[in-house]
Design a binder for this molecule. Structure first.
Ligand SMILES: NC(=O)c1ccc[n+]([C@@H]2O[C@H](COP(=O)([O-])OP(=O)(O)OC[C@H]3O[C@@H](n4cnc5c(N)ncnc54)[C@H](O)[C@@H]3O)[C@@H](O)[C@H]2O)c1
Length: 455
């Protein structure tokens, strides 16, 4: 019986005054609203550092930490000196079985599915960084597992539940800019190397402080290279505060198809979350892409992806355009003449006017927009939402079911980028019906003894 069913059944009312360990109650982590939710963090050296601090700030109790790189994780270990430390997430889940209620996963994209599935199998609440998974098959399995287990889930995509998302929904619902048939989203990423034509040929010794085998997880085994050699001609190397000269770890895994999901995977979930919610988007009927040269091992330097969405719930069919690598919408509405676009954003083209993020920019409609009342309840704190859900309250805005739509959005775009051909996807059959090369990428092999298994 999960926590919600447990509370509904009335057993909770009887059990409440009795002090028993949480694992005894219902066996699935019953938590009184006042009780601390204990948290284990896996993949804590990059974005995991600020995000675990946020988790602690809203009230999670960080009791266990796991990372494959002692040095990269040091600042997080220092911040939570009382937390027990692990290298292998399987060991954390086994040893902490009865001591952690929730798992945060902040590893690179290619290990999200393994870790979230293992945490769900252990009946933990789970928060995973975006994108939820690296392949469509993984995404389906993770969502099915989350539904089956019934614990509280959340993905860290920029929320649709905050001020911007709620305002976009209110303005579109009020019809201020009319019917939206065109949406443009753009990002200045990548800020890491993409467009590589080959893996590096130089190798480096693996430091004792780093477990390269565990880092690779289910990916095909490769020799370790720490940094690009000086003479390497690598496009777009960035400053050390991003990934610097690192080849794979940290941060620069993003550009490789074996580990990351490119610019679209990195930023698409953030930018598409609000339009997906506000315009009730689900699966596109067709996805097309054009890009600089794409190679099977790495994402291209820049791409434009076009998504066709059918008419739905009283809304007309629309097209959504994604741009990255410094590209922007090539034709702007006259309302934006002379204006500098932000580095990333969303432009909604309506039948009556235009909106940039949550601002109506058509001068004749600005007053009308200001008069639209604020009716939606603002939430929008990723970890506060997750904590509330862990305690049996309202589910988080980007729970795994919702996150699966925006994850599939970016993964379908990548199939179109990688194959250079249109993609028509049947989500029920989990099949690309018009492009065998894209269809073959829905499911990708797991190596080194790892298995992708349903919960
Ligand atoms: N706002 C957001 O939600 C947000 C922001 C940045 C990154 N991300 C996502 O976070 C993920 C990580 O990105 P990053 O920039 O922090 O990368 P990173 O390489 O800097 O950090 C990843 C951390 O995970 C550790 N790690 C790798 N494999 C592991 C394993 N099997 N077990 C335990 N630890 C492991 C690494 O050692 C490292 O400390 C990506 O999926 C990225 O898309 C989300």
């Amino acid at each position: 019986m999960n926590r919600r069913a447990f509370l509904k059944s009335g057993v909770a009312a009887v059990a409440a005054p009795v002090i028993v360990p949480r694992h005894v109650l219902g066996g699935e982590g019953y938590t009184a609203p006042s009780e601390k939710i204990t948290l284990g963090g896996i993949g804590i050296g990059g974005i995991g550092h600020p995000q675990l601090k946020s988790c602690a700030e809203v009230g999670f109790e960080v009791v266990a930490l796991c990372d494959v790189d002692d040095n990269h994780a040091k600042k997080t270990y220092d911040r939570f000196p009382q937390a027990r430390r692990y290298r292998d997430f399987r060991e954390l889940l086994s040893v902490e079985k009865d001591r952690v209620d929730a798992i945060y996963c902040g590893t690179p994209d290619h290990t999200h599915a393994l870790i979230t599935l293992a945490a769900l199998r252990a009946k933990k609440h789970v928060c995973c960084v975006k994108p939820l998974t690296r392949t469509l098959e993984e995404c389906k399995l993770v969502v099915e597992a989350a539904k089956k287990v019934g614990t509280a889930t959340q993905v860290t995509a920029s929320p649709w539940t905050g001020e911007t998302g709620c305002r976009v929904m209110e303005l579109l619902e009020a019809g201020v800019i009319g019917e939206v048939r065109e949406i443009h989203l753009w990002s200045d990423r990548p800020k890491w190397p993409q467009g590589m034509t080959a893996y590096p040929t130089n190798t480096d010794p693996i430091p004792e402080t780093f477990d390269w085998k565990l880092w690779q997880g289910p990916a095909e085994e490769r020799p370790f290279t720490s940094e690009w050699a000086k003479e390497s001609n690598v496009p777009d190397l960035v400053s050390a505060s991003w990934g610097g000269r690192a080849v794979y770890h940290p941060f620069n895994f993003r550009g490789w198809t074996a580990y990351g999901t490119g610019s679209l995977g990195d930023m698409g979930c953030h930018y598409v979350n609000i339009p997906y919610r506000a315009l009730k988007l689900r699966y596109p009927t067709r996805v097309m892409a054009t890009s600089t040269r794409a190679y099977s091992i790495a994402y291209p330097l820049a791409s434009v992806v076009t998504y066709d969405f059918p008419a739905r719930e009283g809304l007309p069919a629309c097209q959504l355009f994604w741009y990255d690598g410094g590209l922007r919408p090539p034709v702007l509405p006259k309302e934006l003449d002379g204006q500098k676009l932000p580095d990333g954003g969303a432009l909604y083209i309506g039948s009556k006017g235009v909106m940039l993020n949550d601002q109506v920019v058509t001068p004749s409609l600005v007053e009308k927009a200001a008069a639209v009342p604020k009716t939606l309840v603002r939430r929008g704190h990723t970890f506060q939402e997750w904590l509330t859900a862990c305690k049996g309250g309202e589910k988080a805005g980007c729970d795994f079911e919702w996150a699966s739509y925006i994850t599939d959005f970016v993964l379908l775009g990548n199939l179109a980028i990688q194959t250079g051909k249109p993609v028509a996807f049947d989500p029920e059959a989990m099949k690309v019906t018009n492009n065998p090369a894209a269809d073959a990428l829905i499911r990708q092999p797991y190596h080194n003894g790892w298995k992708l298994e349903a919960v």
